[in-house]
Structure formats: C-alpha cells, structure tokens
Design a protein around this ligand. Sequence first.
Ligand SMILES: [Zn+2]
Length: 411
Amino acid sequence: MGKGSFRSFLSFACRMAVTVVLLSGHSLVAHAADGKDPLLAYDARIAGDDARTRIVIDFDREPTFVVHYIAKPERVVVDLPATAFGFPGEKLRARGLFRDVRYGTMDEGSARIVLTATKPVKLVMAKTEVDEQGKGYRLVLDAEMVPAKQFDELVKAQSWQPSDTAAAVGPVEPVEKAAPGDFLVAVDAGHGGIDTGAIATDTKIPEKEVTLAFAKALADRLNREPGIKAFLTRSDDAFLSLSERVTIARQNHAGLFISLHADTLKQKDIRGATVYTISDRASDKLAADLADRENLSDQIAGKEAAAEPPEVADILLDLTRRETQAFSISMARSVIGSFDGQVGLINNPHRHAGFRVLQAPDVPSILLELGFLSNRDDEKLLLDEAWRTKITDLLADAVKRYRASTLANGG
Ligand SMILES: [Zn+2]
C-alpha cells in the first residue's frame, strides 16, 4: 500500500468509525451488516457488437450474484440481492448481442437483470472488481456468441430450477378480516418490479405505478362497502408472475378478480377504457396483440415459458369454466354499464383474448384497461386523483350490481 492510498484508507477508516458511532444503536447498522439495506447500482454501461458484448454495472458495495441461462428465447439471468437501480435507463439500452435489457426488483430481498439475446450466448466472464477510485465495486459481464448446442448444454447443466413460486404464495392482508358470507374481490395491479409495463408518453411514469395507485384506491373503496372485502395481489413494487396472481386470487377464495392496466398502443389517437374477458380466440387484432404483450410478463422477468395446461377431458371442470366465463362476461357488462356516459370508452369496449392472468377456472375475472398511456389526454386522466376517485366509485357500483345479479341468480 503506497503512502497516498494508506492515507486515504486511514481517512476512510476514520469516517467509518464516526459513522458507526453515530449510528450505533440505530437499526441502520444492523441492516447494513446483514445486507438488508439494498445495494445501490449507481451507474452502468454496455458496449460491443453482435459477436461480443460487455455490460458493466457500478455498485456501492460488492454484490453477490448468480448467473442462469434460459432458453426460448435465449436469456441470461443475473440474480442479485435487493438492489436500488439509480441510473437512467438509456445507460443499458440493448445493443450488440442483446435485444432487450431489463433490471429491477423481484421481491423484498432480491433483484434481477434479464438479458434477452439475439442469438445463443455465454458469459465468458462474470465477476466483481473493486473500483480503483474507492467508489465501491463493479460487476462485469462479458458475453460471447456460442453455437446453439453449447447454449443448450449450459441450460441443461445448471441445477437451478426456475420454478414458479405460486404454490408458496400465502394469504394476503385484509382477507382475515372477512366475515363468513363476505364477497371477496382480488384487485390486481398489473405489472410490477422488473416488469415496468408501458411507459407514459409525457411524464415517463411506468404503468406499474399507475396500476398500483388505482389498485390501492379501488381496494380501499370496495372495503367501505358492507359485505365486500377487497385484497391486493401486490401492495408494493414487487414482481408477480401471471400464475402467481391467479393463485393468490384462488387461494384466498376470491369471488371476483379485477386486473388493472394502462397500456400503450402504436395508434396514439386511440383512447378510453376497455374491459377484457378470456377466450381462446381473440375478438380482434388489438385484443390479440395486447394479450400477447401482457403474456410476455413472465418472459421479461426471466421465467421459463409456462407449460400449456394439458387438455383435460373433465366435464366438471369444463362446466365450471363455462359458468365462470358467463360470470366474467356479466361483470364486464356491469363495468361498461357503470362507465357508459361517465368515462370515455373505446369502440366495442368489451373485448376478449387469451390473457393468462384471466385463466382461473373458478374465479370470474376481468382485465380493465383504464385508458392508454400512449394518449396524452388519457395520460392526464390516469394521473389525476379526482378521476381515479370517480373510476373507483363507478367500479364499486359495478361490483355491487354484479354481486346483486349473481345472488338473484343463485350464484
Ligand atoms: Zn399492462
């Protein structure tokens, strides 16, 4: 250690001592010590071409990390402890071997980077290095193209099972307050964590924040209705797979599932709300495209493609599905009835397509596109608190009318 670096080490050590004294007894120390304080990724860069691409991310402390490979499409997944990503998105704009770069929260204790490759790749180097200027550590990832066979071997060789944690999803908060006979509504804020959803045109606010604000407001509003208890599938910026959302609704015996979205369209003039129900065949191209994009959520987050459920020749399940489908359609009509004349609707506001998040066989489910973040007028409304209150009032009416009609029909 040279004289200069020893002096800076001393001053660093002194600063540390002062910090520890100031903070001792404070929970921050414990957090920092057991790693619960999120790491800060404060800068990043990507360089290279379609034969070799390097990604460097600067952290305030040394990150532990684990690399995995997933096929169809070829992806490199880097799992990290909880991390706050503090650099602008342009820093890691996809290039070279990667056509999509995502990073973000998975849950309270973990974050993830998902690199979707243009061709089979391998990380020939993945390591952390000390920053020479004493600003923490950097994570260096060097990717090279490899033959498809070698990529397949990488996927096969890993012991990692990227299994869905849906089975482990426990009960969610307010449900335990429900009395017998209460009508339970699962309110699902679309997207979350590493899956930001659409991005607003003017404000650049991500869809996942818009949907969470609406979901919280809607659950609060529904919980003011006697006999109705609403709960959220997610209450913070965590990632939930599509099947986890369905499982949370089913495990908590929801009588209704409402997924909230505010996507973008290429046609920026299209605005207004749409209500979707599930079907094998999409009602139209717009619905089909939207379902395709929504169904990419798991892929974006580095989940393996979900296996198609086997064709079960179960007459009872088939009947249940058909009955659930009829209830879902009735709820969609109730929402449109409430919105009509009060809220802008797109033409043919009830559409249907193969949304994975709507596939609970026994929970009537709708997906509500509140409006489009690609339309400036819709964007203003979607971020307006008064409009949000109006929407949640109208939705509460729709839920009540739906509930009354199912009770009248012995549902
Ligand atoms: Zn969405």
